[in-house]
Each structure stands twice: as C-alpha cells, then as structure tokens.
Design a protein around this ligand. Structure first.
Ligand code: KG4
Ligand code: ZN
Length: 337
C-alpha cells in the first residue's frame, strides 16, 4: 500500500511516498531557510506563500522519485497540527483536493505522532513500550509510547522548545538561522566547561523543561563578553557551554522518565535529535545500563513527509479516515488524537 505523506506545518514543504508504513520510496523536502534567514526565525506569512509555490512541484517530485503515478497512490496523509495555521492549511487543502479527485482516503495526522513514528522507517525498530523525547524548534516533550496511537505525556516544556533556544542563541551570536546545526559546528572547537550556564531542573522529580532562564543567562553573558572584549573565552566556548547545558537537561530528564515508567527503551525524534553531541552523550550515559537507544537517521529527525505517511498508515489500518471538513489545529496535544 502506497501512502503519500505531506507536512507543511512550519517552514519546510515536505512530501514522501511510503510503502506499507515502513519502506520510504521517496522523501522530498523543500527548505525555506534562505527565505527566513534574514529575519532570524520563521515568518508565518512568508512560510504560507512559499508552501503555495512549492506544494505541487514537491508532491510531483516525490511521486516521480518513487517511480509511481498518481493513480498508484492508495491514501493521502497530511499534518493537521500542531503548527502554523496558514502553513498547515496549504498542505491540508492540497490533500483534500487530491483525495477528492482520486477518490482515495484522506487521513489527518498529528505532527508529533509523525516524529515518534519516524523510527519505524529504520531497519531496526523498537518494540513497545518505549519512552520518546521529541525535541525540535516547536516542541520538547517526553512521551510514554505503549503502542500505535497510545501515548501519554510524561513531561513538556513550560516555555521555549530546545530547538528554539538553539535558534535564539545562534541569533544572539549573529550566526544565522536555523541555529541548531551552526551551534553544533561552532561547539566542536569550544570547551564545554568554559562557562557554567544554569541548568533548570524545575521541582525535584519533574519531567518538565524550561529553557527561557538558560536563554536569558546566555544573552546576559554575551552582552558582558562583548563589552569586556574578553578574549579568554571564544565564541566556540559559548556555543559548546550552551549546547552542553541543553543536552545535560534533555538527557537527565529522558533517562529519569524511562526509569519512572520502568521502560528500557528510549527513542529520540525531532530536529534537535540530529545533534551529534546529544546522540553521543546519551549513548555514553546509558552504556552498560541495559537501555536500548533508537534515533532515526538525521533526515528523518527534521520535518519530513515520510513520518506523516507512517502515522497515516497506522491510523488507516485502525479504520480511521477524515472527510473534507478536516481543519488545521495550531495546538494539538498528542493525547487528543
Ligand atoms: O523537527 P524540526 O525540523 O521542525 C520543528 O518541528 O520544529 O526541527 C527544527 C529545529 C530547529 O530549531 C533547528 O535549529 C533544530 O531543529 N536543529 C538542531 C540541529 N539541527 C536542527 N538543533 C541542534 N543541533 C542540530 N544539529
Ligand atoms: Zn517537527
């Protein structure tokens, strides 16, 4: 069964074909980074306009790369939220039109469920239950995943998402957008202990996150550092010390979550899961503890249509279908699917 998966939740126009919920035949992502770069973040109105321009060629390319034709597609899955409403609507209206024209099922998908299920596109897949950390530009959540469609939130950010903190710090340092990958590169030549930035753990045993204090601490530090012309600390040191603070918090909380629910499998998802410092640190931390770690390949960590096709496939298998009243949802907690 071939499912076309579409995601236009933020600033990437994504389309992919996945066979039987596991074999990715194509995965096209048209990035808008150059459009938003000069603003240091995503401008919703510009994102919608770019999606309008990109959606038809991106979908067409995903079907061609899969060596299929429109008539071969069995169902279409599309992200309905959470995300930017204007951006989501482009994908949703395209999907409705395609489903109506071809007479095939339409399935609305929660973007966060897509991130969690991205791991099912890999050759080695986890068995249920597992704990998933979805960490991206818009989200930082920990879920107890018991099965397809069976998710409980164990923790979430109370303010900024981790990726947002990376993007904001990169902007403060004048490094460009999106900031995660750039900070990671800069940090390679820096000292993780050069500056001790605060790590907010909230109350004892809490699995929630807060990154706004860290972001403010970095902003204050950069200001002083610039004014004092302090050449004992480099830009690389600031990047490395900041990255290390974020990674410590993420790792400690996801391990604590797994212990709390008595689960021996952890998975990471979302754009920040591309970060090699995070991936390697977590591997070191769980070494010898009998915990299995699953992280999708980098292309499947950031937004993509393949993960939406996988989630759509499992929803379809459970008999779920949407009709032409399907609408966008800027907020869409995973326990509401
Ligand atoms: O999952 P994603 O593509 O979009 C959202 O759903 O938000 O994640 C994008 C986020 C951005 O904040 C970006 O800076 C971050 O992922 N990111 C990274 C890295 N690559 C992307 N953060 C840290 N290290 C990276 N290598
Ligand atoms: Zn995402």
């Amino acid at each position: 069964m071939f499912i076309l998966g579409i995601d236009t939740s933020c600033d990437d126009t994504c389309s992919s074909i996945v066979e039987d919920g596991k074999r990715m035949l194509s995965n096209i992502v048209s990035s808008q980074a150059t459009v938003h770069r000069s603003y240091g973040g995503v401008v919703p109105e510009l994102a919608s306009r770019e999606h309008i321009r990109n959606i038809v060629p991106v979908v067409r390319e995903s079907i061609e790369r899969a060596s299929l034709r429109n008539k071969d597609i069995h169902a279409i899955a599309v992200t309905v939220g959470p995300g930017l409403v204007g951006a989501l609507l482009i994908g949703i209206y395209f999907a409705k039109a395609f489903s109506y024209a071809k007479g095939i099922p339409l399935i609305g998908v929660n973007h966060l469920e897509g991130h969690i299920l991205s791991i099912f596109l890999e050759p080695k897949i986890p068995s249920f239950p597992f704990v998933a950390l979805t960490v991206s530009g818009g989200h930082t959540n920990i879920y107890h995943v018991r099965g397809f469609g069976d998710y409980t939130v164990l923790g979430q950010t109370l303010d900024d998402a981790a990726g947002e903190a990376f993007d904001k710090v990169a902007k403060l340092l004048g490094l460009g957008y999106p900031g995660g990958g750039i900070i990671e590169k800069m940090a390679r030549d820096g000292r993780v202990n050069a500056i001790h930035f605060p790590r907010s753990y909230l109350s004892k045993g809490s699995l929630d996150f807060s990154f706004s204090g860290l972001k403010t601490a970095v902003a204050i530090y950069i200001n002083k550092w610039r004014n004092n012309n302090d050449n004992k600390v480099s830009l690389h040191d600031i990047a490395a010390s900041f990255q290390s603070a974020v990674v410590d918090i993420l790792i400690d909380k996801v391990i604590a979550a797994a212990e709390k629910v008595g689960v021996k499998t952890i998975m990471l998802a979302g754009g920040v899961a591309r970060n090699n410092f995070l991936r390697n640190r977590l591997k070191e931390k769980i070494f010898g503890k009998g915990v299995d770690l699953y992280i999708p390949q980098p292309e499947l960590c950031t937004d993509n249509g393949a993960m939406i096709a996988v989630a759509g496939y499992h929803r379809l298998m459970k008999g779920h279908r949407d009709d032409l009243t399907l609408d966008a949802r800027s907020r869409f907690p995973l326990n509401q699917i």
